[in-house]
Design a protein around this ligand. Structure first.
Ligand code: AP5
Ligand code: MG
Length: 213
């Protein structure tokens, strides 16, 4: 089973992915996390990616599909949750040709809400766990509950970059969404509700898919 999770920045893709992978035993592939890992390792690739992410632009399709498909090969036959891929029509077409999508889940969230969420987000750069200063604080300030790694803000969470990422989503990722629109495989969930309400709705969509598969 291949599930893709769409949504603008801050709509809750990472938060919901953590819950979904646990419940359905999926392998979580977050392209944002993969890219940040390259940057942290200061690889040749990472150095070329830093500016793109810091500006809130998309990584070129060829590079992105190569990176993602390299990961797909590591998990043959396993159920996957793709968080943040595809983001363009070209990526959607490439994925369809390699590993057809079974279910496309879309989290909706307006700009003012994601600006508020991302202004309070802190995350663990060691294990990727995500927190929010007021909605979902870590037990000990600045320390990850899960792995005790240090927590910090993402450089691309400054409000002007969040606006840029949001407009890139509207301009480019909506085109990728259109790819699934009439396939009967797409389900949109209101990402503005509480994490548990959103999770319940996502589970309904996954369960329905599994019953009919
Ligand atoms: P990526 O890391 O995927 O960033 P994004 O899509 O902008 O999404 P975020 O990770 O910011 O938000 P999220 O939806 O995961 O929200 P979260 O759960 O953390 O990509 C980063 C960059 O990499 C891109 O800009 C691009 O440059 C590049 N890239 C990645 N994939 C690419 C691709 N395929 N092609 C080209 N380039 C690519 O939640 C946010 C906050 O809100 C948290 O603090 C959380 O605790 C809180 N929260 C979550 N849900 C709720 C809720 N229901 N109620 C209250 N608070 C909530
Ligand atoms: Mg995320």
């Amino acid at each position: 089973m291949i599930v893709v999770l769409f949504g603008p920045p801050g709509s809750g893709k990472g938060t919901q992915s953590e819950k979904l992978v646990e419940k359905y035993h999926l392998v979580h592939l977050s392209t944002g996390a993969l890219l940040r890992r390259e940057i942290t390792q200061a690889s040749q690739l990472g150095l070329s990616l830093q500016g793109i992410l810091d500006r809130g632009e998309l990584v070129p399709d060829t590079l992105m599909t190569e990176l993602l498909f390299g990961q797909l090969k590591r998990y043959p036959g396993q159920a996957l949750l793709l968080d943040g891929f595809p983001r363009t029509r070209a990526q959607a077409e490439a994925l369809q040709a390699t590993a057809p999508v079974d279910l496309a889940l879309v989290l909706s969230a307006p700009l003012d809400l994601v600006l508020e969420r991302l202004s309070g987000r802190i995350l663990c750069h060691r294990c990727g766990a995500t927190y929010h200063r007021s909605h979902n604080p870590a037990r000990e300030a600045g320390v990850c509950d899960r792995c005790h790694g240090p927590l910090s803000v993402r450089p691309d969470d400054q409000p002007e970059i969040v606006r840029q990422r949001y407009s890139v989503y509207l301009a480019q990722t909506q085109a990728a969404l259109a790819f699934y629109q009439n396939s009967g495989k797409m389900r949109t969930v209101d990402g503005a509700r509480s994490p548990n309400q959103v999770f319940q709705e996502l589970c309904q969509a996954v369960d329905l898919y599994k019953v009919n598969a």
